[in-house]
Design a protein around this ligand. Sequence first.
Ligand code: SAH
Length: 370
Amino acid sequence: MTQSTQESINLLNFSREKLIAFFAERGEKVFRANQVIKWLHQHCVEDIAQMTNLSKALRQELADNCVIAAPEIVHEQASNDGTYKWLLRLHDGNCIETVFIPEGTRGTLCVSSQVGCALDCTFCSTARQGFSRNLTVAEIIGQLWVAKRSLQPDPKANRVISNVVMMGMGEPMLNFENVIDAMQLMLDDNAYGLSKRRVTLSTSGVVPAINRLADRLQVALALSLHAPNDALRDQLVPLNKKYPIKMVLSACQNYLDKLESVREKITIEYVLLAGVNDSDEQAHELGNLLKDFPCKINLIPFNPFPSTRYQTSSNNRSHRFQAILIDKGCVTTRRKTRGEDIDAACGQLAGKFKDRSRREIHFSRLETKV
Ligand code: SAH
């Protein structure tokens, strides 16, 4: 697969609207854009010559001006529990990670939105590497493209991507336009055709972006809360100083109010950190904060990484925390960690690659809901 050159147009960078505009400039009708989107994102072809329902002349014109350039697989790993992890290299040498987690009939792809992250959440390993840059549309949707091509060859195995969570590296709301374009392709019937309930955008709470979201895209929204009050959240998620809890929850409520379906809920993510945010008292406080808020709470075991000051809460503690929340009337699940044998939390893959390239690479979490 060729990486994009400076002069060539990368077809994977186009949203549906932009592809329609691109063809309109060349005097082509809308259905051409749909045909090309199908070739790109349903058949995942890597060669324009394979787009056999386009005229030879159009194929030639596209081939002269465009490329199909996705991130390149540096390493692929399969876990005993069916989880896959890909290390992908971008054209500038930066690397990102994408993870596939099968569970029953469901297959969830965990997708990154940025190289690194600027938000500096204290319990997150991505924060350690700082922020490098936003991913392009091609690099975001390219993660689905690469995973689908990689998983496809064995149709008998249950390896269909049915769900996507924007929970890899980065803050998707701070790469708003590219994330919207890529997520629209995830929902587009001519592209990945995923149901909007099965595509989740996870945010630390960038209020202005949450306010703009519903007009552009309707997907499941997850909020990384992690604390029941502002004093603690200010420490764990520094963005809270700018957009405190009440403000974020009210933006989330407004988002739900604008959705077509009235049954939707926000997923509240809460990483349990031993002795920091996992006491009975904090569970009560969280329950009181959320008992009338339309949400389901997902308790996440902390994935430790080298030099972190935090520890994972015990099983007993997290059960007790969950029980208090359920008692308050909050729908609460606990997330199960997956793919541990392929070193999901702070992967050896990253270490090996670092030796070769001398670049720091983050390996994100590898988890799924129970
Ligand atoms: N920036 C976005 C999306 C990326 S993080 C957000 O904050 O939501 C995706 C999820 O993984 C978030 O809920 C985040 O809090 C969680 N997470 C980060 N570091 C973790 C760790 N070490 N262990 C477990 N979960 C972690």
